[in-house]
Structure formats: C-alpha cells, structure tokens
Design a protein around this ligand. Structure first.
Ligand code: HEM
Length: 412
C-alpha cells in the first residue's frame, strides 16, 4: 500500500488558483511541507509537484504525456490546436527536430542582427516611450523577417497586437479571452495563406526560415503537415518571440532597481548571461507546466494513477530554498560557478530540449536579453520617470503596471 498524497480538502480550488497565481502551488507545498499534493481544478483531480527531483520525474516521457494535458482555452488562444505542445513519442521528437534545426548559432546571430537594427527606432523618438509596446514591435518586425514571413509596414501594429493577445488572453475571462480567440483565427489564416503560396511557389522564403522549413517539413510518415498545423507552428515561433517583451521589461526593471548589480555588469564583474539568468529565475512568467500520467507508476511511495493531470511548479522550483540560497533576493552572482542540472532551473521548462518539451527558444530568449542589457547599459542613455513599477503575482503574464515608460532615450 503506497503513501497517501497530502490532499487539499474542498470541492474545487480553481478560484484559489486565480487568486494566488504564481504562488498557488508553492504556498501549498509550504503548508503541506511536501513536494507533492493533490487538489481539484476545473472539476478535475490534479496532482501538483515541485522541486528538482519532481521535475526529473515530470520530464520522464515514459511516465507522462502531453495528449489532452493543455486546457482547451489555452489551445484556442496561446498554443493553437495540434501543435508541438500536444505531441508525444516519435511524432513529438520528429516535430521538435524541425524547430531545433532553426536554432543554430548562425541563425540566432541572424535574428540578433535584425533585432539590433530594429532597436534603433527607439532613439529616434524624442518623447517618452512605452517599452512594452516598442519592444513588441521591434521583436515582431525582426522575427517576421527571420521567419521568412512578409510583414507590410501598415500591418505591423495589427499583427503585433494579435501576437500580444495570443499570450495575454489565455487566462483572462470575458472580452479579453474572446479577443484572444479572434486573434488566433486571424493570425492562423494570415499564415495559412502564406503556406499555400509557398507550396505553389508564389512566395519563396529563404531556406533556414521557419516559413520555408515548416511548409516543406515531412512528418514521421513522410507526409507534408496540414496547412493549419504549419500555421500553428510558425506562430509557435512568432508569438513567443514577441513574448520576450515581458522579460525585456523585467530586465530593464532590474537594471533600474538593482544599480549595484548593473554597475558590476558595466565593470565586467558580472556577465550579461549571469544577469539574464537571474532575471529569468527571479521574475514570474510561466507558473506551471501540465502533463498527464501515461500509466500508473509510483514515486517516493506515492501512486500516480493513469490519466491524472499533473502540474509542475516552474516558478516555485526557481524559488525553492532547497536549491537556491535566499531565493527571494535578486543576486546574479549566484550563477557564478552554478551547477545547472536539466531540472533545477526551469523558467522555460526542464529536461532535454531535443527529446523533451523544454522550450525550443531558450537560447533565442537568452541571446535577445543579453543584447538588451548591452543596449541599455552601453548604447543608450535614458531616464525612468516616476511610474507604478509594481507587478502582480496573479496576472498572467505579470508585468510592471506602467509597462515601463522611458524618457530621453539617446544613443551614448
Ligand atoms: C518569452 C520567453 C519564453 C518563455 C518564458 C518560454 C517558456 C516556455 C515553456 C514554459 C515551455 C513549455 C515547457 C513544457 O511544456 O514543459 C515552452 C515551450 C516551447 N517554447 Fe518557449 N518560452 C519563451 C520563448 C520562446 C521562444 C523565443 C520560442 C521560439 C523562438 C519558443 C518556442 C517554444 C516551443 C516551440 C515550445 C514547445 C516545445 C515542446 O513542446 O517540445 N519559446 N516555452
């Protein structure tokens, strides 16, 4: 007879999840003094786990699968249907290879040249800029060119807004959620039209672009992907790249609020990478990852029954005091000589990037943020006018409330 999983009593705790946000799992891990507990969300029994050892089990593809794990409302907004996030086994590995073939050093450098070119627009503006809006347009223009997706100047605002709605609306209720669904329909048909044109040679993107590689990709049975799936996967490049704007806000916020650490970066005593890693560890972005138990198994004496929805605490694992000393202190120097395992630092998921569901864009994210640090410590001077820089632990994604207004941005 296995051990009994600590259980939160009550009919349903979805409202608590919305109320406590990023801290929902961590709060209960603390109160149960356990890295595993059971709750009920959206009428379903759910096992929540956190910590390094739990992450290792969660990313074991023999124990967990992604089929039917993502809530429908996220498939209708954030992810799209039949994309890589929902695949398992050979189908997943094959599709992941399609993504990872784009993530070479040369190709990431090409994206950085494009983002660098776009960042120049920020200095041309005399007045105040809202960094959230500016960075999204920078990223959207750069990533569309990178991905081989034509983006006419008059379309930039509309298409950038669509990308933003895709990642902002998934956990919203009411009108924002509906706007997110509309944005998904519109963005998918925009890209589908391009896939048609690529396949009839009316549009000729370069090789090594997402539009080219995904349009001509053959699945594990040698078939081209359905047009709508190519659209979902191209959006799996565009949308998260625009979402790096959230981390850009937190990076520039950290440069502003931690002047000693920023000075150490300027002096070369801290590397840009160490600063970026601490931003990704410290600030909230993705709260949890979701999977379902593939078939019954036991872990530390607890039974995981087949089909049970299981959530891994990403935010909490990055603030777990058994992994991090003083986890709630912003301290980039903790990454000096840091012994990273695939499971102890998981802001963008854990495990193996080629064979598991770890984020395909982690290197892209780090590279874009390192460039932002270079720009905002070496290339631009600016001031941060008084504004509400607080951020919530409930809103998803969480952002500084003012969306970060900068004034007097000038090239140094
Ligand atoms: C904005 C910062 C980003 C964050 C916080 C983030 C976070 C994540 C997380 C938490 C996952 C899921 C891990 C799991 O299911 O176990 C994921 C998956 C993924 N991400 Fe990211 N990501 C970011 C940027 C990017 C970028 C820039 C790209 C592409 C250029 C990207 C492409 C993907 C893809 C394709 C997957 C699915 C991987 C799979 O299922 O195998 N992400 N990301």
């Amino acid at each position: 007879m296995g051990k009994v999983i600590p259980k939160q009593e009550g009919i349903d705790h979805s409202v608590d999840f919305l109320r406590e946000g990023y801290l929902f799992v961590a709060n209960r891990r603390k109160s149960f003094q356990s890295d595993i507990f059971e709750t009920r969300l959206l009428g379903e029994r759910v096992i929540c786990v956190g910590g390094e050892e739990a992450a290792e089990v969660f990313y074991d593809a023999n124990k967990f699968m992604r089929q039917d794990a993502a809530p429908k409302r996220l498939l209708k907004t954030l992810f799209g249907e039949d994309g890589i996030q929902t695949l398992d086994g050979a189908a997943h590995t094959h599709r992941k290879h399609m993504f990872m073939s784009l993530m070479t050093k040369e190709n990431i450098d090409r994206l950085l040249r494009l983002t660098h070119r776009e960042w120049k627009q920020i200095e041309q503006s005399e007045k105040e800029v809202v960094l959230y809006d500016v960075s999204q347009q920078v990223l959207m223009k750069a990533v569309c060119e990178w991905a081989g997706v034509p983006l006419a100047p008059e379309e930039v605002v509309r298409r950038t807004d669509e990308m933003r709605l895709l990642f902002e609306s998934g956990t919203s209720l009411g009108p924002t959620y509906l706007q997110g669904r509309k944005a998904r329909t519109s963005a998918e048909s925009w890209i589908r039209q391009m896939v048609k044109e690529v396949r009839t040679n009316r549009l000729l993107p370069n090789e090594q672009t997402a539009l080219y590689e995904f349009s001509w990709h053959r699945d594990e049975s040698g078939e081209l992907l359905p047009e709508e799936v190519v659209a979902v996967e191209v959006l799996n490049i565009l949308r998260p790249t625009v979402a790096i704007s959230v981390y850009i806000l937190f990076t520039v916020l950290a440069l502003h609020q931690f002047p000693n650490e920023t000075e150490q970066v300027r002096q070369g005593m801290l590397t840009k990478t160490e600063f970026v890693q601490e931003v990704r560890r410290f600030y909230p972005f993705f709260p949890v990852a979701a999977a379902r138990v593939k078939s019954d198994f036991e872990w530390n004496g607890y039974t995981f029954p087949e089909g049970t929805l299981t959530l891994l605490d990403l935010y909490g694992t990055n603030h777990d005091s058994s992994i991090w000393t003083e986890p709630d202190r912003f301290d980039p120097s903790r990454f000096k000589g840091w012994k990273e395992s695939p499971f102890n630092f998981i802001p963008q998921g854990g495990g193996d990037v080629d064979f598991g569901h770890r984020c395909a864009g982690e290197h892209v994210t780090i590279a874009v943020l390192e460039q932002v640090i270079e720009l905002f410590t070496e290339e631009f001077s600016y001031t941060v006018p008084p504004q509400d820089l607080s951020y919530s632990f409930v809103d998803m994604p969480s952002l500084p409330k003012s969306k970060l207004r900068l004034a007097d941005v000038k090239r140094i």
